[in-house]
Design a protein around this ligand. Structure first.
Ligand code: NAG
Ligand code: NAG
Ligand code: NAG
Ligand code: NAG
Ligand code: NAG
Ligand code: NAG
Ligand code: NAG
Ligand code: NAG
Ligand code: NAG
Ligand code: NAG
Ligand code: NAG
Length: 742
């Protein structure tokens, strides 16, 4: 929902007009009842006359009330005015950048407005959320903070400041709050979230947004109320735009500049679901069609574009070109990957610095705006444009219209949206049901993890199953043992037993496995001290340990049917759920949930991540059937390789290395780049298979000699389908991994 609701803007108008003349208790009444005042603030002579009076000697800052209040504030509170012993009051203001600038900067400015209203000195503190690693140095490079702003880290020790006290803006406690030297105003929940004692509001909650906050302001002294009225003289957008410009300077080259007479539109298009590649632009073009009607034939038409999806920008440029209008965006978009598989984050391929750079370019628009006011990122743009245009008009001696034309894009929120009949449905994965096998695994993890075990009063009552993992990477049968471990894991789920991991290489028990396990898995060695683990008697429940192949559903059922009657077995529905996405997916999921990989191998590959990527595993000896295999494989790969426009890349994994073979392969696939990877260890192989951008897998069929091939296939199938599910596009636009086995 847009913040600039009618009621709200009318309150501001009312506040502005009446603050100057009316006692504040009357004002409270006025604010509650006055919903019809549509009076143009510009025509209020009292305010205009006061503007003249407030004017300071130098005309550097525009003669507008909000700017004057800020000027006064800076005179009182800039770093220069701080001395080592003083009795002033402070407010601690947090921020970081450039990630999530929309939310974080709104929170910063909203708390800064509170500080100005309270006449407290702002002390900034740079503090990222744990998930956002941007350093203050990186932030300064793109968004430089104004020098007048003093820092908490520097001044708190010098001034011997006490710990800041979070305050809740309770009108009845204003007197109490006044005694605190340093306060923390309410901020958004996801900043400094580790500080549970801080009070929380939404990013939209500037001091005049919520009724109880307005009541708080009305209960303050007259000077504070007056400051508030002046700050909000042109509305909250102007105020926030002013704070942006006064607190920060964007360091980014602006490649395209407009002339004053140009018809310039700013368009911000945001998509929340990762799988939405931004190729549906009907909402945008509908808005532009209407807005462009207003351009005069003589004026040059410019639409500044910013989006989290490069496709949106490219498609809109084409659309605009046909309409005698120029779409302008930062150059970055040209080289950006457009497949959601590659960026894997809802903010698209160019968030953070890219967003700030876009803001610098797109905020030059003056004629109209397109975007979703429910988005803090769009609102930053709108606020900056609102401030800048009035300042420009003042500089050029022109009248500023009260508002500029705006067209709202529909909200595209994670809980689900589409683009009309016949278009796919988009839903963010956290609003969607997990795939069925994953549901079962999550349930199992919650009941049988190390943590769950610690919470049990009598762990010895629990039933267990021991899964063995090899100790050494040199172990010849490492793949076989890993396969056997996955069988054990599956059996543990099917019999509702807790899987305990034991590391062994037949002769020796070791303390660390060759391949590390996920942290949730309890270790046999740790738990055997606490209670005697009763291992399953006999091998009645164990599958054939020499088998390299995965257990199909009917095989598992047969195995369970032979069970010892004291063993609980899972209901048939649970087994159906486990196998719902197929055996490959199931074993891939078991592998993913149990084995942790710390290999960084992947980073040395992928010269062209946008190309079609094929992973080819072979032991280095195609057994003399090379021609046949190549023919079969090439036929199989046709669907992914048919597009000559897409770059193609085959990563050939071979244990021994045989360059003749690679030469023959490249002759068969002349449009593809062949990347050879030789003699790599199992963890690195598995790491490679965790990349969901592989479009196809080629390798020998499941069998005695091919256990690695099977593990790779299962892992690829799982990773790809899991990521497709996470993309949240239904039906998906990305196909499953193509399997070409010979
Ligand atoms: C300012 O106030 C004076 C009288 O107080 C009035 O004559 C004048 O027109 C006002 N100026 C504006 C710009 O409204
Ligand atoms: C605001 O605070 C500054 C610094 O503490 C002080 O010098 C100034 O007098 C205060 N102004 C008002 C109106 O209280
Ligand atoms: C800071 O406070 C401590 C204890 O409250 C006091 O001992 C010290 O003298 C103070 N320092 C300054 C510079 O005021
Ligand atoms: C066209 O311009 C007029 C005057 O500037 C404005 O009132 C109107 O809202 C604009 N219409 C559109 C669709 O932008
Ligand atoms: C395109 O715009 C230019 C001015 O930028 C104008 O001279 C020309 O007539 C326009 N063409 C069409 C087809 O509207
Ligand atoms: C769990 O074990 C304790 C003693 O180890 C025993 O007294 C209790 O009856 C057992 N509970 C169940 C449900 O088997
Ligand atoms: C499976 O085991 C867990 C942990 O012992 C237990 O809480 C849960 O009720 C069991 N589920 C079934 C279906 O027996
Ligand atoms: C088993 O592991 C131990 C310790 O890691 C090692 O010394 C021993 O050689 C291994 N034995 C075999 C048969 O791999
Ligand atoms: C185990 O697998 C081997 C090789 O596939 C086979 O020869 C043997 O019969 C199997 N044993 C059982 C009990 O299934
Ligand atoms: C069944 O399990 C019990 C206890 O776990 C064991 O004593 C018995 O020998 C088992 N029976 C078979 C046929 O494995
Ligand atoms: C091939 O490329 C064209 C244009 O890039 C695209 O429209 C088409 O969907 C692609 N076909 C396949 C099978 O990827």
């Amino acid at each position: 929902m847009g913040r600039a609701s009618l009621l709200f803007s009318q309150c501001i108008v009312a506040l502005t007009i009446f603050l100057v003349v009316v006692d504040h208790r009357e004002l409270t009444k006025q604010i509650m009842i006055d919903t019809n005042t549509q009076k143009n603030v510009k025509s209020d002579s009292k305010v205009v006359n006061e503007t003249e009076a407030v004017l300071t000697q130098e005309r550097i800052r525009p003669p507008f009330l909000p700017d004057q209040v800020l000027e006064q504030y800076i005179q009182w509170h800039s770093e220069r005015t701080l001395t080592d012993n003083n009795h002033r009051q402070y407010a601690l203001i947090y921020y970081y950048c450039p990630n999530r600038a929309g939310n974080i900067l709104h929170s910063m400015f909203n708390t800064a407005i509170w500080a100005i209203i309270h006449n407290r000195t702002i002390l900034w503190k740079y503090d990222t959320d744990f998930s956002d690693p941007n350093t203050v140095h990186e932030c300064q490079k793109i968004l430089q903070r104004a020098r007048w702003l003093p820092s908490w880290d520097e001044w708190a020790p010098r001034l011997n400041l006490t710990e800041p006290i979070p305050i809740e803006m309770d009108p009845l406690r204003i007197q109490e709050y006044q005694q605190y030297q340093t306060v923390v105003f309410p901020m958004i929940p996801d900043q400094m979230s580790r500080h549970k004692q801080f009070f929380r509001v939404d990013w939209r909650d500037d001091p005049m947004h919520k009724r109880n906050h307005r009541q708080y302001i009305m209960a303050m002294d007259d000077a504070a109320i007056r400051r508030t009225g002046r700050l909000y003289r042109y509305g909250i957008d102007y105020l926030l735009g002013m704070l942006f410009r006064e607190f920060f300077t964007i360091h980014a080259p602006v490649s395209f500049q407009t002339e004053a007479d140009d018809f310039t539109v700013a368009l911000h298009s945001r998509h929340t679901v990762v799988g939405d590649d931004g190729s549906f632009i009907t909402d945008e073009t509908r808005c532009l069609e209407t807005l462009l009607l207003n351009r005069t034939q003589s004026a040059k038409c410019i639409v500044y574009l910013m989006s989290d999806r490069p496709s949106t920008v490219h498609l809109l440029k084409e659309w605009l070109e046909d309409r005698n209008c120029t779409g302008v965006s930062n150059d970055d978009y040209a080289s950006m990957a457009s497949s959601p598989l590659l960026f894997r984050d809802e903010h698209g391929p160019n968030p953070g610095v890219g967003f700030i750079r876009d803001l610098a370019l797109v905020s030059q628009a003056r004629s109209a705006l397109v975007g979703d006011p429910g988005r803090s990122s769009f609102m930053l743009l709108q606020e900056i444009v609102d401030y800048d245009r009035r300042i420009d008009d003042w500089r050029w001696g022109r009248d500023s219209p009260e508002t500029i034309p705006f067209c709202q894009l529909p909200g595209r929120y994670g809980k689900g949206y589409n683009y009309g009949p016949g278009t796919p449905r988009f839903i963010a994965h956290w609003h969607n049901q997990l795939l069925e096998p994953v549901q079962v695994l999550q349930q199992y993890k919650s009941e049988h993890s190390d943590d769950a075990l610690k919470k049990l009063e009598n762990p010895s009552n629990q039933s267990y199953l021991i899964g063995y993992l090899p100790c050494s990477l040199e172990d010849d049968s490492i793949e076989e043992k890993l396969r056997s471990f996955l069988h054990d894991f599956l059996l543990a789920i099917a019999t509702n037993r807790t899987l305990l991991v034991k590391y062994t290489n037949k002769t020796t028990i070791c303390s660390r496995p060759a391949i590390s396990v996920q942290e949730w898995l309890p270790s046999y060695d740790e738990w055997k001290e606490s209670f005697p683990v009763r291992e399953l008697s006999g091998n009645s429940l164990k599958p054939n340990r020499t088998s390299f192949t995965s257990l199909a559903k009917h095989e598992l059922k047969t195995l369970l049917a032979k069970k010892n009657s004291s063993v609980i077995t899972a209901p048939s529905e649970l087994l159906d759920m486990l196998y719902k996405e197929g055996t490959n997916f199931l074993y891939g999921a078991l592998l993913h949930e149990s084995i942790q990989l710390r290999s960084t191998f992947e980073t040395t590959l992928s010269p062209d991540p946008q190309g079609i990527r094929v992973l080819w595993y072979d032991t280095g000896d195609l057994h003399g059937h090379m021609t046949f295999i190549l023919q079969e494989t090439s036929r199989c790969l046709e669907p992914v390789l048919s597009n000559a426009t897409d770059a193609c890349q085959i990563t050939f994994l071979q244990a021994q290395g045989d360059s003749d073979q690679v030469k023959v392969i490249s002759n068969y696939f002349p449009t593809c780049t062949i990347i050879e990877v030789q003699a790599i260890m199992l963890p690195d192989l598995l790491q490679l298979s965790r990349d969901p951008t592989w479009s196809a897998f080629a390798g020998p069929r499941e069998g005695l000699m091919t256990s690695v091939s099977s593990l790779l296939r299962e892992s690829l199938v799982y990773q790809r389908r899991e990521v497709i599910w996470k993309l949240g596009r239904f039906p998906p636009s990305v196909p499953d991994v193509l399997l070409c086995e010979y």
